[in-house]
Design a protein around this ligand. Sequence first.
Ligand SMILES: NC(=O)c1ccc[n+]([C@@H]2O[C@H](COP(=O)([O-])OP(=O)(O)OC[C@H]3O[C@@H](n4cnc5c(N)ncnc54)[C@H](OP(=O)(O)O)[C@@H]3O)[C@@H](O)[C@H]2O)c1
Length: 303
Amino acid sequence: MRWALITGGTDGIGRAVAGQLAAAGNGVLIVGTNNAKGIRAEREIRRDSGNSHVYLLPADLTLLSEAHRLADEVESRCDGPHYLVHSAGMVRGHRVLTAEGVESNFAVNYLSRFALTNRLLPLLQAASRPGRSARIVLVGGAVRKGPIHYHDINLTKGFTTVRAIRQFQQANNVFTVELARRLHRAATPVTITCLRPGMVATNVRRNFPRWMRWAVTLAGPLVALPPKRTAASIVTLLCDPAFEGLSGAHFSHVRRFKPARVPAAHRPEEGAKLWALSEHLIAHTQQRTAPRRDVTFRPNESS
Ligand SMILES: NC(=O)c1ccc[n+]([C@@H]2O[C@H](COP(=O)([O-])OP(=O)(O)OC[C@H]3O[C@@H](n4cnc5c(N)ncnc54)[C@H](OP(=O)(O)O)[C@@H]3O)[C@@H](O)[C@H]2O)c1
């Protein structure tokens, strides 16, 4: 049996991916913070797919410690994973620091993805077979060129929701290309791609600031896709033999699924800088003693 780990698999896009992979006979591990919702999702996906190999692994991925604990649990629970989908995400309209000192939007929508992916890479590599590489898909967003504020990653000066979104989405764009570059250099048969959905009819808006909720409420009925259509594109990226070996590529699914160009994600110096920042933040949070103080980073400093 092939196994999939789907963060955010208890709701929205991730849940639809989990349902489709379970229906195709894969073992599925779903992750979310809300236990009651997760248990419901686990039960319903089992019922609807007729597949009993669906398990909830609760974790709060705003915390790196939780990403590491989750990786350990995945290792003990399954042979794999063969598929890793990062769909856990939220948009918080005000600045909140995690207990590890990282701005919470950046923590859950990018940094824990970096940490979890790197912890699971040996397992993904071991699960790969000739012609059937393990695959990673990041669920990204519409931003093509958001700045990453290396000198103020927690946005202590002038936090806005839009700045936070642009920063974490660009981090996902750059990470996709940089990880692919490193996997290729190490001849590791694991691939990564990033899907940029348009508007999808999910609960993601619940923590949006009021103006964004209004905008989404007005535009949603006209343009929002049902999650199952976005999920079908993710399943294509994970399972379709036509995408075997393709890595570091971006796709979008606004009206239809197609390749996307994100030139700003391809600068090697940006990839190296983001990698150094991410390792620094992980090292810093592991050494923390005083909670809820902003972490800092000087771009030329590597951990
Ligand atoms: N919907 C859109 O229009 C849209 C557009 C562009 C990009 N996206 C991106 O697509 C991804 C999925 O969003 P969605 O629309 O499917 O949202 P959603 O319906 O709100 O689902 C989000 C999922 O992430 C989980 N999650 C949230 N915070 C978490 C945390 N701290 N730790 C672990 N799991 C957490 C949620 O579980 P709990 O509720 O139990 O925590 C839920 O399973 C996100 O990255 C989002 O930014 C969405």
